[in-house]
Design a protein around this ligand. Structure first.
Ligand code: SF4
Ligand code: FES
Length: 373
C-alpha cells in the first residue's frame, strides 16, 4: 500500500497529548485496548526523554496532557513529570486504576499541579469488579475516589461496558454518584488490542443494549447539572461509524511508552503504517509532516463513497484502525457504515449466535489464578 502522504492539509495544532507512560498495570482486564505485545519496562522513555516530549508538545500548542498507561502510578518519576507538565502551563489529567494512589501521593501530585483524575471501574459490586479486573481492586477504587474528592480535584469515572457488566449499568451510575464523580463515561467496548481477541466474549447482546438506553437517558436527565454522563455507543450495532478521534491527526496525538508517536492509541495495529519515534524526530515534525499523521488527515485519502457522502464531515469516514482490522485496508470506508459494501463483515459478527460466548481471556502477563492468591 502506498502511504505517500497526500499534500498535507493545513493541520491545526494538537489540543491533547495522551502520554502512555508505561504499559505496566496491576489489572488484567479482558477489554484492554493496549496492543497484544506490550512494551517492556526496559524500553520505556526515561524521565528526561518524557520531559522533552512534554516541552515539545507544549511548543506546538498542546493544552491538555493525559498521563496514562497501563498504570502511570507505576512510574516512580510521576511527580516529576506532573511538575514539568504543569510548569509548562498545560492541564494535567491522571488516568488511573486507583491502585497505588495513597493520600500522600495524591497530595504531592496535587501540590505539583495535577488538575484532574480519571478513575476506571470494572463493575458496580466488588465481587463482579474484582472478577473482571482479575485483581482485588474495587475497594482501592472506592478509597481513591474519596481521596480525590477530599482533595477537591475534579473526578471522572470511566466504566467500559460489555456483556459481562451491562446488567450492572444502573449500579455503575449509582457507584459514580456515590463516588462524587463530576463526569461518568459509560463506554461500550471498542475492539482493539487485547479486546479484539476477546470480542466474542465481550460483545453485548441486542437486549442488553436496548435495556441500557432508557437507563442512561433517565440518568442523564436526573443528574443534569450534577454529573455529566457520556455514553459511548456499541458501534457495530449502529448504521454509521463513530467520528473516531474527531478525525485522524486532527486534535490529539499519543506517545507510546517507548516513544513511538501514534495518530490514535490503537494505530500500532495498522501494520502498513510507518510510525515515527520521538527519540529520533521532533514531535512537531511528526505532527505536521510525517507520513503516518498525513496518511488519513483531511479528506484526500477517502474512498469515493465517503468523499461524495454528506456525512463525511460528521464521521470522517469512521475509524481507520477498525477499517484495517476488519478489511485489511486502513483507507477503506469503516465497515460499520451501512453504505459500505463490506458491512457484511460486521453483520456476520452480529449474527454469530451468542447464547454461550467463549470465556474471556484475561490480560497477561500474570495468570489470573496468581492474582487471586
Ligand atoms: Fe461516513 Fe463514509 Fe459512511 Fe458516509 S460513506 S456515512 S462518510 S463512513
Ligand atoms: Fe485508530 Fe479509530 S481507533 S482511528
Amino acid at each position: 500500500m502506498d502511504l505517500t502522504p497526500a499534500p498535507a492539509p493545513e493541520a491545526a495544532p494538537p489540543l491533547g497529548l495522551l502520554a502512555e507512560l508505561t504499559h505496566r498495570c496491576p489489572l488484567h482486564c479482558g477489554y484492554c485496548s493496549n496492543p497484544l505485545e506490550l512494551i517492556e519496562r526496559e524500553k520505556e522513555l526515561s524521565t528526561e526523554q518524557w520531559t522533552r516530549v512534554f516541552t515539545q508538545a507544549r511548543d506546538i500548542g498542546v493544552l491538555q496532557v493525559h498521563l496514562s498507561g497501563g498504570e502511570p502510578l507505576a512510574r516512580p518519576d510521576l511527580p516529576e513529570l506532573v511538575s514539568h507538565v504543569s510548569g509548562l502551563g498545560a492541564y494535567v489529567n491522571l488516568v488511573t486504576s486507583g491502585l497505588g494512589l495513597t493520600e500522600a501521593r495524591l497530595a504531592d501530585l496535587a501540590d505539583r499541579g495535577l488538575d484532574h483524575v480519571q478513575l476506571s471501574v470494572q463493575g458496580a459490586t466488588a465481587e463482579r469488579a474484582d472478577l473482571l479486573a482479575g485483581a482485588r481492586a474495587h475497594h482501592h477504587k472506592i478509597t481513591a475516589a474519596a481521596l480525590v474528592r477530599a482533595r477537591g480535584l475534579p473526578l471522572t469515572v470511566n466504566a467500559v461496558l460489555h456483556r459481562g457488566n451491562h446488567d450492572q449499568l444502573a449500579g455503575l451510575i449509582e457507584l459514580a454518584e456515590a463516588m462524587g464523580a463530576d463526569r461518568l463515561e459509560l463506554a461500550n467496548t471498542q475492539y482493539y488490542g487485547w479486546a479484539l481477541r476477546n470480542r466474542a466474549a465481550l460483545m453485548p447482546t441486542p437486549e442488553q443494549l436496548a435495556a441500557a438506553e432508557p437507563v442512561v437517558r433517565a440518568a442523564i436527565e436526573r443528574l443534569k447539572g450534577t454529573m455529566e454522563i457520556v455514553y459511548v455507543l456499541a458501534d457495530y450495532y449502529e448504521p454509521y461509524p463513530k467520528p473516531c478521534m474527531h478525525g485522524w491527526g486532527a486534535l490529539q496525538l499519543t506517545v507510546a511508552p517507548d516513544g513511538t508517536v501514534l495518530p490514535c492509541p490503537a494505530a500500532s495495529a495498522i501494520t502498513t503504517l510507518t510510525l515515527d519515534n520521538v527519540k529520533d524526530t521532533p514531535l512537531g515534525d511528526i505532527w505536521y509532516k510525517s507520513g503516518s499523521f498525513n496518511a488519513y488527515r483531511g479528506e484526500e485519502w477517502m474512498p469515493d463513497l465517503c468523499r461524495s457522502c454528506d456525512r463525511r464531515a460528521l464521521d470522517h469516514g469512521g475509524c481507520r484502525c477498525q477499517a484495517f482490522l476488519l478489511t485489511g485496508d486502513a483507507a477503506a470506508t469503516d465497515p460499520v457504515c451501512s453504505k459500505s459494501d463490506r458491512r457484511g463483515v460486521v453483520d456476520l459478527l452480529l449474527a454469530t449466535p451468542g447464547a454461550a460466548p467463549p470465556e474471556m481471556v484475561m490480560r497477561g502477563p500474570r495468570p489470573v489464578a496468581a492474582v487471586h492468591r
